[in-house]
Design a protein around this ligand. Structure first.
Ligand code: NAD
Length: 470
């Protein structure tokens, strides 16, 4: 299997190649095409050339193309899932969830239309709002959910009439390359282009004058560089960035009921989820019991190669992230208590056992920083005002959850949390019709829903005087 770029409808070898590592072994298992700047420029030129005809199609015509792409992905679903597990590390059932979700997203946003809206229609005037596509959109994605996060951009962007450059993270490029291969026989040339880099073409994309919008998902640090670089041409940007979300447990719950749900909210995809629960706050009277229960769940979790049966937690996706998470655990050892059984697993690959850390001060790195791995600090609180202040004392504000037997009380507390989403008695629930995005340094703009779809368009007002020109 060769993993190539997609430029102007043609599957293309790269100017060089890129090795891809299986995080479950730490060894190279595939090689794929790597683009240089000339190939990037060719892809952008192809997308620009394809834009007039693609945007001139009716929405129904574009939907038909997008549906065919969804059908073709579905026909190769098992191949996508296995490849996703091999390059990303997540258990196969979670890969199935991601690929199934990506196909559903294609169908959902492919069907969603932004019709002409009448703002005012009186005897004297008619004022309309038309939503027009922007042109060439760049979709830059991270390595934790390489397929579904791309689809949250690709599907709405193409549906409203833009053309696209997809650029995956260098450690998980293969599923995007496979999508390019599938799309090559379906979409008109230039509508979707796949460019793979080694973390070196981002700036060339974000400053390019023929890119109208950058839809970026990744870390807050890179997001700031994207915004800076996009300023030169005043590009539209949507930034979906990092988080340090809280799960706040109230004093009215049963530890045994809630602990498994909060554990799952922290540890799915080995904790590499932007809106995973990354800090757990428990009432002091419940603190010991919750820590023990979470650690029991951690010890019971099956950690292994994502391709093995019944695995709950696969490896961390790449060596740099593995080293970073281990450094956070080491730092936590000197400031609090790493509960028994946590830390690195002694085997090849980037495996870290789910790790529960207790008794940390609020200024410990594991509490302050986004860990993005299978280690979670559990902190005690005394009053609701205290826990809300500590929850909000973060530069991030992506998600968060409140756990209570009284949903009304949960909702009241949710109203006081500074973040883009707050769940009550659930976490990580993201229906396609509900906008998602960050507060504070967790991002700018929204994806999903009509609001997210609108971000791939320009609003144009048509203001008509009904009397005839004299
Ligand atoms: P990253 O910022 O290192 O990389 C993201 C993408 O940006 C990659 O494709 C990378 O190649 C590219 N890139 C690198 N330098 C660039 C530059 N100068 N200009 C433009 N693009 C550049 O992020 P990551 O480590 O791959 O992903 C993990 C981060 O993503 C975490 O912080 C996580 O919280 C965040 N994330 C956020 C969301 C969300 O919806 N808010 C979703 C998933 C992940």
């Amino acid at each position: 299997m060769s993993y190539r770029l997609l430029i102007d409808g043609k599957l293309t070898d790269g100017a060089s190649t890129l090795d891809v590592i299986d995080p479950a072994t730490g060894k190279v298992f595939a090689s794929c095409a790597r683009a240089d700047e000339a190939q990037l420029n060719a892809a952008i030129a192809a997308a620009k050339k394809a834009f007039p005809a693609w945007s001139a199609l009716t929405h129904a015509q574009r939907k038909a193309y997008i549906d065919r792409l969804a059908d073709a992905m579905q026909a190769r679903q098992a191949e996508f899932c296995e490849l996703l597990t091999r390059e990303q590390g997540k258990p196969l059932d979670q890969a199935g969830f991601e690929i199934g979700g990506a196909i559903a997203a294609l169908r959902y946003f492919g069907a969603l239309e932004l019709p002409l809206e009448t703002i005012r229609d009186t005897a004297g005037e008619r004022i309309l709002e038309q939503r027009t596509p922007l042109g060439v959109v760049a979709a830059i994605t991270p390595w934790n959910f390489p397929v579904i996060l791309l689809m949250m951009k690709l599907a709405p962007a193409l549906s409203v009439g833009n053309t696209l450059i997809a650029k995956p993270a260098p450690s998980t490029p293969l599923t995007t390359a496979l999508l390019g291969e599938v799309a090559a026989t379906i979409l008109p040339p230039g509508v979707l282009n796949v460019i793979i880099d080694a973390n070196d073409l981002g700036a060339a994309i974000t400053r390019h004058p023929d890119i109208a919008k950058v839809s970026f998902t990744g870390s807050t640090g890179t997001g700031k560089r994207v915004m800076e670089s996009a300023a030169g041409t005043l590009k539209r940007v949507t930034l979906e960035l990092g988080g340090n979300d809280v799960a706040i447990i109230l004093d009215d719950i049963e530890v045994k009921d809630v602990a498994p749900k909060v554990f799952a909210a922290s540890m799915v995809n080995a904790g590499q989820v932007c809106m995973a629960a990354k800090r757990i706050y428990a009432p002091r009277a419940m603190y010991d019991a919750l820590c023990e229960e979470l650690n029991w769940l951690a010890r019971a979790a099956k950690v292994d190669n994502g391709l093995a049966a019944g695995v709950q937690i696969g490896p961390v996706q790449n060596k740099a992230q593995y080293d970073k998470v281990l450094a956070l655990i080491e730092d936590a050892r000197s400031k609090g208590k790493v509960m028994d059984g946590g830390g690195a697993v002694d085997r090849d690959g980037y495996f870290i056992a789910p790790t529960i850390v207790r008794d940390l001060p609020d200024d410990a790195r594991l509490v302050k920083e986004e860990q993005f791995g299978p280690v979670i600090p559990v902190l005690a609180y005394d009053t609701i005002d205290d826990v809300i202040a500590r929850a909000n004392d973060s530069e991030y504000g992506l998600g968060g959850s409140i756990w209570t037997s009284n949903p009304e009380r949960g909702q009241e507390i949710a109203m006081r949390i500074q973040s883009g989403t707050v769940w009550v008695n659930k976490h990580l629930d993201m229906p396609f019709d509900i906008p998602f995005g960050g507060a504070k340094q967790s991002g700018i703009g929204r994806e999903q829903g009509v609001e997210g779809m609108k971000e791939f368009t320009q609003s144009k007002i048509i203001n008509v005087a009904k009397n005839k020109a004299a």
